[in-house]
Structure formats: C-alpha cells, structure tokens
Design a protein around this ligand. Structure first.
Ligand SMILES: NC(=O)c1ccc[n+]([C@@H]2O[C@H](COP(=O)([O-])OP(=O)(O)OC[C@H]3O[C@@H](n4cnc5c(N)ncnc54)[C@H](O)[C@@H]3O)[C@@H](O)[C@H]2O)c1
Length: 358
C-alpha cells in the first residue's frame, strides 16, 4: 500500500515561498502540495500554475477550510505571521512559520499557546539548524570539549540585498538587521549557550535610504547596526555585532571555555577546535580543523520542511519548535529595549514589561 503523503498548503506566495517552500515541497515524495493562498490573487494563481497546485485562494481562511490540507507553511511578512498561524492551529493544521515568529512577544506567546492547545506540531523556518557545522558545535559542547563556557563572540555583517521594501519598514518587519538576519543567530546563541540573563546594547540607523531593486526606499526606520553584550545564566559572557549596511560580508562565532575553544566559519562550514581534553600526548595539543561541509541552501530548506513532514508522518518529536522561535524573539526584543533605553535589560522579560511591539 502506498504511504500516506502529507497534504500541504502554503500561505504567502512571495519570494521565500517560491524560492524555498514550493520547490522543496514539490520534490518531497512524502508531501503533496494541495493549496496556495496570497492576498494578491495574481501571485497565488501564478504559483498554482507554476507548481501544479490544485487549489489557490486570495483568503487563507479558505485554504484552512480545505480538508485536504494537513500542514501549512506561513510565509507572509513578519507582522502577518500570528493570525494565520493561530487560525491554522485552531483548524488542526501543523505549522511551519517563517522567521521571525512574530514582531511582538504577546503574538508569539499566543501562537505557541494555540499550537499547544490544538495539539498540532509547530516549527520554525531556521534552515541553518539543519546543516552540519552547528549541530557539530552543539555536540562538541555537550562532550565538554571546551570545558566550562566563559565567553563567546558573534559577528554577522555584510551588505544587505532586500528583495522587497517591507524589510526596511518596522510596521511590517518589526525591526532591522537584528530581527531579520539576527533571529537565526539569537536562536543559535540560546541553543548553544543556554538562557541569557541580561543584555546591554546600542544600535544605529547609519543608512536612511537605499535602492531596493529599482525603487528608492527613504525614511528607513529600522536599525542597520547593533552591538550587544550578553551575560548568560551559566555565568559566561558574550558579545554580538550585527550590521547589514556595510560593504564587506564577514563573521563567525567564537566560543571559549576553561579547556578549549571553537571558532566557526562565516557559513558554519569548517570549525577550528582547540581542546585540552583530547587524549593524545600534550606535545600534540593544538588547533585542529574539522572540515564540515554545509549542504547547499536549497537542501537546507528541503531539510527544514522535511523536519515537519517527517515529524508528523513518523510521529517523532520536533527538534526545533515554535517555543524556540518565541525565545529567540525575546532575546532580540530585550536587545532592542536596551538599545532604546540605554540601560541593561534582564531576561526573561516580565510579561508586564515586555515591549509588545518594537
Ligand atoms: N528562511 C529564510 O531564508 C528566509 C528568507 C527570506 C525571507 N524569509 C521570511 O519569509 C517571510 C516572507 O518573506 P518574503 O521575502 O517571501 O516576502 P514577500 O513580500 O516576497 O512575500 C510575502 C507574501 O505574503 C503575502 N501576504 C501578506 N499578508 C498575507 C496574508 N494575510 N495572507 C496571505 N498572504 C499574505 C504578500 O502578498 C506576499 O506575496 C518573512 O517572514 C521573511 O522574514 C525567510
């Protein structure tokens, strides 16, 4: 008997939908692309034609009412993630939400609660988690290779290439480089280092206008540069520099502890590791290079979608959840709050003191 394939719908037919979700759902033998929705009917129809999708809608509620749809990707802009995710969960659909989970912690909490209440699986669009480099760093830390963690640095800078203007408009995006590029990093930092106890940060809009494709976007109200220091609950210290208005792309992460260090390359491929815990003679101690090779981007997207599909069909727990997305947003919002006020901010953010929109 043929295996049941998961009926899948996609809400949002823009850039990431067409680049990552639709092609990688179309080539997954365990998924069946059933429906697409976009408030722009022309986009929904074109996607349906291009990817051979039986149903298209200009209202995602109709997609959610389709009984053939068992799981959805939500690929709308960030301020429009919460409503469809909550509605999808209430309709009993499993959900993959693109990053960031939302633009306010109130929305993120409501999304996680809706999925929990409905008993559906809820994961995030963090494809970098499905590479090889970061899971190996996680494994090395778990094996105690650097000993007690003491300090970490993170740099992620480069020129931005926004496909659409909303990335530079706070009402749609929730913020600039930190919530867009940095949300992956926030998750990585928490995943590797554990909870952050406090942050102290500063940010700037160095570039107030930029060409997006052939359109001049002026009056940019989201930060392009952030510098933050962090104190972790385990006592370690961290620094984080994120910028997307600079000319050259570079960066990576360093992790230092009582017995060793790990340095990652910019795309996580290739780790430098030093450890006093290795068992060879002391005169052989030194830096060693672990040549991890990252999958190509399309395959990372394939894996992040397969993670949800396999979790549902094989009844296996998710490795990455909406709650992880919520925690990453909390760290980002704490850094924004510190940069706004010029004061250190403690985590977890008290519900009453949470900046409900950035
Ligand atoms: N994981 C990644 O690598 C990655 C890369 C780029 C973008 N993203 C994320 O994906 C999301 C979308 O980004 P994009 O570049 O595709 O933007 P986009 O503007 O190209 O596409 C967004 C689409 O959502 C539609 N939309 C908005 N509100 C809607 C609603 N209520 N119902 C149905 N459709 C609606 C818009 O009409 C548009 O077609 C954002 O959250 C972004 O941060 C993720």
């Amino acid at each position: 008997m043929a295996e049941h394939t998961l009926g899948y719908g996609v809400i949002g037919a823009g850039g990431i939908s067409r680049f990552a979700h639709l092609p990688n759902l179309a080539r997954n033998p365990r998924a069946r692309l059933v429906a697409i929705a976009d408030i722009d009917p022309a986009k929904a129809r074109r996607a349906a034609e291009d990817f051979d999708i039986p149903y298209w809608y200009d209202d995602y509620h109709e997609l959610l009412a389709n009984p053939e749809v068992e799981a959805v990707s939500v690929t709308t802009w960030p301020a429009a993630h919460a409503e469809p995710v909550i509605a999808a969960a209430a309709a009993g659909k499993h959900v993959l939400c693109e990053k960031p989970i939302a633009t306010s912690l109130e929305d993120a909490d409501a999304m996680v609660e809706a999925a929990d209440r409905a008993g559906v699986r809820f994961t995030m669009g963090y494809q970098h988690r499905f590479g090889t480099g970061l899971p190996l760093v996680k494994q090395l830390l778990g094996e105690g290779v650097i000993g007690r963690p003491m300090g970490m640095t993170q740099v992620g800078v480069g020129p931005s290439a926004h496909g659409v203007p909303w990335f530079l408009q706070k009402q749609y995006s929730g913020g600039g480089v930190l919530i867009d590029w940095g949300i992956y990093t926030a998750h990585t930092i928490l995943w590797l280092m554990g909870p952050v106890a406090s942050v102290y940060a500063t940010s700037e809009i160095f570039r107030s206008e930029v060409m997006v494709r052939d359109q001049l976007v002026t009056g940019i109200d989201v930060e392009d540069t952030v510098m933050a220091t962090m104190r972790f609950a385990n006592g370690a210290m961290g620094s984080w520099y994120a910028a997307w208005a600079v000319a050259a792309a570079h960066g990576g992460m360093t992790l230092d502890g009582s017995d060793g260090s790990i340095i990652t390359g910019r795309d996580n491929s290739g780790l430098s590791v030093f450890s006093n815990t290795f068992s060879e003679p002391a005169h052989l101690h030194g830096w060693r290079q672990l040549k991890t090779v990252e999958p190509v981007l399309a395959d990372l997207h394939y894996r992040k979608l397969a993670h949800l599909i396999d979790s549902v069909l094989d009844d296996r727990p998710l490795q990455l959840t909406g709650a992880d997305g919520r925690d990453a947003l909390e760290l980002v919002l704490a850094i924004y709050r510190s940069a706004e006020t010029g004061r250190p901010v403690s985590l977890p953010l008290a519900r009453s003191a949470v900046p409900q929109s950035v």
